[in-house]
Design a protein around this ligand. Structure first.
Ligand SMILES: NC(=O)c1ccc[n+]([C@@H]2O[C@H](COP(=O)([O-])OP(=O)(O)OC[C@H]3O[C@@H](n4cnc5c(N)ncnc54)[C@H](O)[C@@H]3O)[C@@H](O)[C@H]2O)c1
Ligand SMILES: [Zn+2]
Length: 384
C-alpha cells in the first residue's frame, strides 16, 4: 500500500500511489486550472522556447539564474527584466513597482505572457506584480530552486514584505503553467538545497507515514550535498502531490490550507528577526521544531514521533543558521508573532502536530507564559 493518507482537522486526504506521483498534472484552480510539467532539457532551450512562443512574451528572471544558466539565451534585451532576489528587494517599492513599470513600457496585454524564471522571491514579486497590472497578466512559472519547485510554484500565493514583516502585502495569483526543469538545481548552493528540504519535510510530515518513510529513505541523514536529481525528483513530485491535494480543497485558505503554514508562525518571525540571514526553509524547519515541542507539551505527538521529527529537522538545519539563531533577540519574538497574518487579536494561530500525518489548528493566548515557553524551546533548539 503506497497511498499517502493524512488528515487535517480530521478531514481525510489521500494521495493515491505516492511513489508514482505524476510528472505531468493539472491543479484545479479558480478561475482556471493550470498544468504542471517536468521538462529536463537544457534550461536555455526550455526558457527560450517559452519566451519566443509569442512576440508579446517577456522574461522576468533572477539575475543569478540568468548569469548561471541563460547567458546565451539570445532573446532581445528589451524583453528581459532581471530581479535581484533578496528579501529586502521583495517589496512593493523595490520589487513589484519597477516590474509593473516594465510591463507598462512593454505594453503587456492579456495575450502576452510573462515567463518567470527564478526561486520563491522572483515568483512572489512577479506573481504579485502580474496580478496587480491591469487586473491580471498571464504568467508561466519556471522554478529554479528546490523550494520553489517543491512548494511555491503551485497554490497561487504571492506576497511581498512590508514594514519589517514577511508577505504583508499578499494576493492569490495563479500561474497559467508551471514548468519544472531540475537542471537548474546543479548550481544551487548547499544552504539553498537545505532550505528546500525544510518545505519538503513539512509536506512529507503533512503527508503522513507513507510520505515520511519515503522522505527518510531518500534523505537518509539530511546530507543535502549528497542528494542527486534521481533522489530529488520523487521528493519534488511527492511534495507537490501533497500540496496539490490540500490547495485543491481550499485554494483560498478559508480553512484547511492553513495547515501549509506548519512551522511558519514561528519560522516567519525567526526569519525576520535574523534580518533574513536565516533562509526561509531553514526558518520553517526551526519553526517546526518549536511547534513539535509545543504539540508534545500539550499532550499531542507521541514521544517516539517527537524524537523522530526532532532528528529529521535537526539533520537539515545548517550550523550557520543555528549560530544566527543564537544571536537574535528572542524578546522580540512574541511581538512579531502578533504581526503574523494568521494572528487574531491576542491569540496566535499555530498548526500543531497531533501525530505524523494529523495536523490540528490551535490558537494560543499570546501572553507572557507562551513567550516564556517559546523562548525556552527556541533556546534549546539553538543549542543544536
Ligand atoms: N508564495 C509561496 O507560496 C511561497 C512558498 C514558500 C516560500 N515562499 C517565499 O520564497 C522565498 C524563498 O525562495 P527560494 O528559497 O526559492 O529562493 P530565493 O528566490 O530566495 O533565492 C535564493 C538564492 O538562490 C539564488 N538562486 C535561485 N535559483 C538558483 C539556481 N538555480 N542556481 C543558483 N542560485 C540560484 C537566488 O539568486 C538567491 O540568491 C521566500 O521569500 C519565501 O517567503 C513563497
Ligand atoms: Zn514557506
Amino acid at each position: 500500500m503506497t497511498d499517502a493518507r493524512f488528515t487535517i482537522e480530521q478531514h481525510p486526504f489521500t494521495v493515491g500511489d505516492f511513489e508514482r506521483a505524476p510528472e505531468r498534472f493539472e491543479v484545479r484552480s479558480v478561475p482556471r486550472s493550470y498544468g504542471v510539467r517536468w521538462d529536463d532539457r537544457a534550461p536555455r532551450d526550455v526558457v527560450r522556447e517559452l519566451v519566443l512562443a509569442s512576440p508579446g512574451n517577456v522574461l522576468v528572471v533572477d539575475r543569478n539564474v540568468q548569469r548561471l544558466h541563460l547567458a546565451d539565451l539570445d532573446v532581445p534585451a528589451d524583453r528581459v527584466f532581471d530581479i535581484d532576489a533578496t528579501e529586502e528587494k521583495k517589496s512593493l517599492t523595490h520589487g513589484a513597482l519597477p516590474l509593473i513599470a516594465f510591463f507598462a513600457r512593454r505594453e503587456i496585454n492579456k495575450s502576452s505572457r510573462a515567463i518567470v524564471v527564478g526561486g520563491g522571491i522572483t515568483q512572489d514579486v512577479a506573481g504579485f506584480a502580474a496580478c496587480m497590472f491591469k487586473r491580471g497578466t498571464p504568467f508561466t512559472l519556471v522554478p529554479t530552486t528546490l523550494l520553489s519547485m517543491c512548494d511555491s510554484c503551485i497554490g497561487a500565493k504571492t506576497g511581498v514584505n512590508h514594514d519589517g514583516a514577511k508577505n504583508q502585502l499578499a494576493l492569490f495569483s495563479a500561474p497559467r503553467e508551471v514548468v519544472i526543469d531540475p537542471r537548474f538545481l546543479t548550481t544551487l548552493a548547499p544552504r539553498e538545497v537545505q532550505s528546500g528540504l525544510g518545505e519538503i519535510l513539512k509536506l512529507h510530515v503533512t503527508g503522513g507515514p507513507v510520505a515520511l518513510d519515503r522522505y527518510e529513505a531518500l534523505v537518509p541523514d539530511g546530507t543535502a550535498g549528497a542528494i542527486d536529481t534521481a533522489r530529488l525528483k520523487p521528493l519534488i513530485l511527492g511534495s507537490l502531490a501533497v500540496k496539490r491535494a490540500v490547495v485543491e480543497v481550499d485554494e483560498f485558505e478559508l480553512d484547511l490550507r492553513r495547515s501549509m503554514n506548519l512551522g511558519h508562525t514561528v519560522g516567519h518571525a525567526i526569519e525576520s528577526l535574523s534580518g533574513y540571514a536565516i533562509p526561509h526553509g531553514h526558518a520553517v524547519t526551526l519553526g517546526m521544531l518549536v511547534v513539535n515541542a509545543l504539540s508534545a507539551h500539550r499532550g499531542m505527538l507521541p514521544a517516539d514521533e517527537h524524537a523522530r521529527l526532532t532528528r529529521l529537522g535537526r539533520d537539515i538545519v545548517a550550523a550557520g543558521s543555528l549560530a544566527t539563531l543564537r544571536g537574535i533577540d528572542l524578546g522580540r519574538l512574541t511581538g512579531l508573532l502578533g504581526k503574523d497574518k494568521k494572528a487574531e487579536a491576542s491569540r496566535v494561530a499555530f498548526v500543531l502536530v497531533e501525530s505524523i500525518g494529523a495536523l490540528r489548528f490551535v490558537a494560543l493566548e499570546n501572553d507572557a507564559a507562551l513567550a516564556a515557553e517559546i523562548g525556552e524551546i527556541v533556546a534549546d533548539v539553538a543549542r543544536g
